[in-house]
Design a protein around this ligand. Structure first.
Ligand code: CU
Length: 148
């Protein structure tokens, strides 16, 4: 692609760019949607740790019942499951460690996306790995908070 500003652009080019911008809005309307789901990026890393960019102590905070898009990149630790999954991502209620339906995910190597609904019950939860991914598997967990 030509660098903008390297030459004066014609009206036809200007028109083309405007059309491209309008088309991108039609094709990708998410940015324009007022109720777009919260996108959460998580790394399930080779050292059996969940990581969130910019957070030393990763915690996921969501609003009760809101739509959530989980984008998880998984990198293999030592072992993989027979089904090929290398980490898990299961949500448990902190008070009794009971599982939250719909939040029991198996992760394959690489990037994957899940469209989920946040629990409707406000409170503290914990994310745990459900794949025996390596020697540090027991330490693979993360805080998860549901706020009103
Ligand atoms: Cu794991």
């Amino acid at each position: 692609m030509r660098l903008a500003g390297s030459r004066p652009i014609s009206n036809a080019q200007r028109c083309g760019r405007m059309l491209a911008a309008i088309l991108s809005l039609l094709v990708f309307p998410h940015s324009a949607r007022p109720q777009s789901p919260q996108v959460i990026d998580v790394l399930a890393d080779h050292d059996s740790r969940y990581k969130i960019a910019g957070k030393a102590d990763p915690v996921i905070t969501v609003h009760a019942g809101e739509p959530v898009t989980l984008r998880i990149t998984a990198i293999k630790a030592k072992n993989r499951n027979r089904d090929g999954s290398i980490h898990g991502f299961a949500l448990l209620r902190a008070k009794d460690r009971s599982r939250v339906p719909g939040w029991d995910l198996l992760l394959n190597p690489g990037a994957q996306e899940f469209v989920l609904t946040a629990p409707t019950e406000v409170g503290e939860y914990v994310v745990v790995c459900t794949v025996l991914c390596g020697p540090d598997h027991e330490g693979m967990h993360m805080k998860f908070v549901v706020v009103p």
